[in-house]
Every structure is written in structure tokens, then in C-alpha cells.
Design a protein around this ligand. Sequence first.
Ligand code: GNR
Ligand code: NI
Length: 172
Amino acid sequence: MKRPIILHPDARLKKVCDPVPDLSDELRALADDMLETMYDAPGIGLAAPQVGVMSRLVVLDCVKGEGEAPRPLVMFNPVVLDTSAERSVYEEGCLSIPDQYADVERPAEVRVGWIDRDGTPQEEDFSGLWATCVQHEIDHLDGKLFIDYLKPLKRQLITRKMVKLKRERARV
Ligand code: GNR
Ligand code: NI
């Protein structure tokens, strides 16, 4: 089942999310809903607070190209274990900040640990778009958005546009 995505600015997007103590059928159903919502958007990642659930859960699939097989990842309690000194810049967007894009510099490679959908601990190195996306998603769990990396003026400009967009959407 698709779930509505919360738009910035919203207090829920600024909160630190709670660790998931135990997996449950409810949490697995939430992860499935998040994947469906992400693919439908379409997006390459989604964090639980974006659908109003304040738990440390993200989903992502950064496979690009129609021909390639999808790779949906479900991460409970993801943690960045290590980062490369090398940085890379990507033009980022966010499903909670539609139609706004900006360059963000982050570590080019990250090692991430998490609990998968079956409750099994996993560890993997990510690079390229995967590295950017997984860091963007884990930031959401700490109440951080990509616009928080921008200069205050640019951030304010985007936030004002979003306030206007939300006002217009609420009116119809
Ligand atoms: O769909 C998304 N695209 C994207 C592009 C560049 C860097 C990060 C992202 S994540 C974003 C989906 C989203 O908002 N996840 O939280
Ligand atoms: Ni996002």
C-alpha cells in the first residue's frame, strides 16, 4: 500500500528517529509500503520519517537503467561505519522537497552496517550514487535534510518555495 509523503517544512522531518529494537510483521509491512511508495514516486530512496514513522528504517534502490534488475534494499538501524577521505558531489533531490535540486558534497564511499528484512546483520561498501543515497537516507533518520548542507540563503529560498507549495496544495 502506497503511503503519503510528508513535505518540508514539517517538524517530523527534523526529529531524530528511534532505533528499531525488534523486527515485526508490522515493520516488514511498513518497509514493503515504503518500497512501493518509493518506486511509485519515483525515487531511489525513502526514509521512515518521510511517511511519518519515527523509526530507524530506510529503503533504497539506486539501480539505473530499464534493462537492469532492481535491487531493493531494506535497512533497519543503518549506521555509517567508515567513510572515504575522497569526496564526491551529486546534484541531490528529495521526495519531501519536490522539484528542488542542489549540489551536495559527501564522502565518495561509505561502509554501512544494518539489519535486513529477515533480521540478519549486513555490512557493505557503497560508492557512486548508492553512497550518496544511503547517506541522504541515514541523514533523514537524524532529522537532517540535504538543504541543511546549503548556504542559509539558498536553504531559506527553497523553504519559502515549499511553504508556498504546501499552501497551494492545501487550498485545492
Ligand atoms: O529520489 C531521490 N533521489 C536522490 C537523488 C540524489 C541524491 C539523493 C536522492 S534521495 C531521493 C529520494 C529521497 O528523498 N529520499 O529520502
Ligand atoms: Ni530525501
